[in-house]
Each structure stands twice: as C-alpha cells, then as structure tokens.
Design a protein around this ligand. Structure first.
Ligand code: AMP
Ligand code: MG
Length: 414
C-alpha cells in the first residue's frame, strides 16, 4: 500500500530532480519571457542627448522669466527642429527655435515652452510666450533614464516586455538566456478521439492534451504535441523514447492510476526511474514523476498526470508548472497565493486530504480577495472549472463557513 503524501512533499521531490536548462544566445526579439544569464551594463546613455519633452519652443529661460497672460514676451523664431533632426543655430537673447518632442535641444536654449502656452504671430517669424519657465523645464537630460556604465540587469532577471524594451534602448540585440523548455505533451487512452469523427460507443472527445499544450505555453515553454497514444505498450514506449530524445520534459495524461489498462504505468515503470505517488489532495490524487534517460544521456523529467481533466489541470498546476519554470531559471516559480474571504460555505467531509476547490476570485470593496466556488466540482467537469481563476485550499476537516479565511492559489486575477 502506497503512503499518501502531502502535496508539498511531492512538489519538493519533483523540484529536486528538475535541473536548470543551459543558457544560450537568443535574439532580443525572441527573448521576452526568458531569464537572463549575464550582467547587462549600459554602454550608452538613454536618452543619448538632451531633448525637448514637449512640442513647443526652445528658449532661454531668462528671456521669458517675466512672461504671463497679461504680459507675454515676444521672441524671434529663427529655426525649426523636428524629432530626428538637429538645428545648427544657437538661440541667442530674444530668440526661440520651434521644437518638437524628442528633438535635440539647440545650443543656447535651456528650456522648452509648450506650444499651448504660446501664440505664433501672423508674420510667422515671431512667437508670443505667455508662461515663464525655469531653466531645465521640459528638457529631458542625456542619461536621464540610463547612464552609461550602470549595471541594469543580471543573471536570474526575467526578460519582461519592458526589460526587452530597455535592452533595445541601449543597443543590446542578442542576450544569453536560459533556454525555453521544449515540453512534449501526449494523452493516452483507447477511448479518446480528436479528429472530429462521430463518437462510437465508449469513445469521448480528447480534452487534456489541448488544455495541457496551452498550460505548457502559458508557463513559458515550447509545447510539442505528441498526439493521442493508444493503450498499447509498444506504441507508448516508442513515443516516450522519441519525446525524451527531442524534448526537455514530457507531460502525459491518463493511465497513472490503478486501472488494468494503465499502460503509462506499465511502460514508464520499465523504462524510466519513476515514483508513483498518491497525494493527499482532491482532485488529482494519483501522480507520477520520474526521469527517462534519453539516447544522449540526458535525464528527461516525465510528469504523469491523471486522466480526469480537472485532475490533470490541478496536477499540472501544483507539480509540473513550478518544475518547468525552475528548469527555465524563473525568479518566481509559484503562482501567487492570498488569504481570501469565503463568500459562501465551502463544505466538505474529513478525508485526510486538502481540497483544491475551483473558485472565482475577485477583489471586494474591502480590498480583499473574495471567493465563491464554480458550480460543478467533479474531476470530470472541466467546463465548470474553466470558469475558475483560483484554487481555494480547503484544509482537512468539516469545511469553511461564510466569511472564513481561505488560502487561494490565484491562477489569474484580472
Ligand atoms: P485514466 O487516468 O486513464 O484512467 O483516465 C481517467 C478518466 O479521464 C477517464 O474517464 C478517461 O476517459 C478520462 N481521460 C483520460 N485522458 C483524457 C483526455 N486526454 N481527455 C479527456 N478525458 C480523458
Ligand atoms: Mg486511460
């Protein structure tokens, strides 16, 4: 009889066996979502030159010191400078240059006046300034954002879209980042159909593989669809071995429990170093994890998820997702959890397990996260689960009352 283990123990068992992948050179255009593996020191100032923060006029602040609506000051407009150009003129006493946002400040000018505070006079050669500005006003200094020599990022930093933007701004177009894991996903079962054909007696539509491919992608990995594998040992072994040779991890669904046709169990027990677990959670009690040796000697993690669709989802969330993110060097491998308020009863019976109740979570007027369960908590009721954005962890016991605190794993919170 297998010992039923707490889910953190299973999670740790998995994490201890999922090594970080190697870093590799990646074009910046493909690097968002990956984790950096080196220091980035700015080799350029951003902005590279002092420029105007507004569309308006580059002036000498001293010239317009007394300007107001009642007593505007008139300046001669000696040039015009759009973004991308520069003026070779120098702003002298009583002079201004028409300037657009982002255009370099011309010599002599120390401030910009926004166009809304000015009026061009009929002759076009002069401008009336209605507002006094201080030196430096509406000017973005060189290096205001990034100063040359500053260390901006380092190993372990996630390349978010904004980070990628910063890298582009300092002329970095190639980074060394931890590789995105290639993850093979396959479902198993003679009953599964995914080709649109009419269902014969006993057949059902495949759903897990479609869902898991999305979850793998959502975790930042490259998902590789290995299709439906029949409950046939030779066929399954061939697919698993090929997946190990071409991928960094394998996710299977189905065939890991106590059924007579649980071929995943039969095959993996023979060809991989597996641990077959019973986890003290509901849903997703059966779970298998192990390492399958590839032809080139790599030990490829295999996640054997249960077949019931909701169990598959919960099992992936709890065990596979953190492990895959660890493999990719992610700074945060866990979903956020919050202490939320139960807006309804969350009844249950003692059974030694933590129940992961699928809930809809949202902020209440009190600023706290509140949850209510989705209707349909069966492990086969994926449509109900699809409405959930959280997993409420209801501890062993008699359940929770309205208003009780409950820890919620947030899958998404818009
Ligand atoms: P198993 O773990 O293989 O015994 O499957 C448990 C339950 O999940 C059975 O009702 C299966 O028909 C169902 N199931 C297994 N794999 C899938 C899948 N890929 N899509 C939808 N249902 C599945
Ligand atoms: Mg099966």
């Amino acid at each position: 009889m297998l010992r039923v283990i707490p889910h953190p123990e299973a999670r740790q068992h998995v994490l201890d066996r999922c090594a970080r992948l190697a870093a590799t050179s990646v074009p910046l255009a493909d690097a968002t979502g990956l984790v950096l593996d080196h220091d980035v020191v700015a080799r350029e100032d951003v902005p590279p030159f002092a420029n105007s923060a507004v569309d308006g006029y580059a002036v000498r602040a001293a010239d317009v010191a007394g300007a107001s609506d009642d007593e505007p000051i008139v300046l001669d407009v000696i040039d015009e400078v759009p973004a991308g150009a520069s003026s070779d003129r120098t702003v002298g006493a009583g002079q201004a240059i028409r300037i657009m946002t982002g255009a370099p400040m011309p010599a002599g000018a120390d401030a910009s006046v926004m166009v809304e505070d000015t009026e061009r006079l009929d002759d076009g050669g002069r401008v009336r300034v209605r507002r006094a500005v201080e030196a430096g006003s509406a000017v973005r200094a060189a290096g205001d954002d990034v100063v040359t020599g500053t260390r901006l990022f380092g190993p372990g930093d996630l390349i978010t879209p904004a980070v990628a933007g910063v890298l582009a701004s300092i002329n970095v177009h190639e980074v060394t980042a931890v590789r995105a894991a290639r993850v093979a996903v396959l479902s198993t079962g003679d009953e599964l159909v995914d080709d649109g054909s009419p269902l014969r007696p006993g057949q059902i539509r495949e759903s897990n593989k479609t869902m898991l491919l999305g979850m793998v992608r959502d975790a930042g990995c490259v998902a590789v669809d290995r299709g439906i594998v029949r409950d046939d040992e030779a066929a399954l072994e061939a697919v698993l071995r090929d997946a190990a040779d071409t991928c960094d991890a394998i996710v299977t669904s189905g065939g890991v429990s106590m059924g007579d046709y649980d071929v995943v169990k039969a095959v993996l027990s023979r060809i991989a170093d597996m641990r077959w677990m019973q986890i003290a959670i509901r849903p997703a009690k059966p779970f298998a994890f192990g390492l399958l040796r590839a032809s080139d000697g790599r030990d490829v993690p295999v996640f054997g998820l249960p077949g019931n669709p909701v169990s598959s989802l919960v099992s992936f969330e709890l065990f596979a997702r953190p492990a895959l993110r660890q493999m990719m060097g992610h700074p945060s491998i866990e979903r956020p959890t919050v202490a939320a308020v139960a807006d309804t009863e969350l009844p249950r019976r003692p059974d030694g397990k933590v129940h992961f109740v699928r809930v809809i979570a949202g902020f209440g007027d009190d600023g706290r996260v509140h949850v209510r369960p989705v209707g349909g908590q069966g492990s086969h009721q994926l449509a109900a689960t699809a409405a959930a954005n959280g997993l409420a962890m209801v501890p062993d016991g008699d359940g929770l009352a309205v208003g009780d605190d409950v820890t919620v794993v947030l899958l998404a919170l818009a």
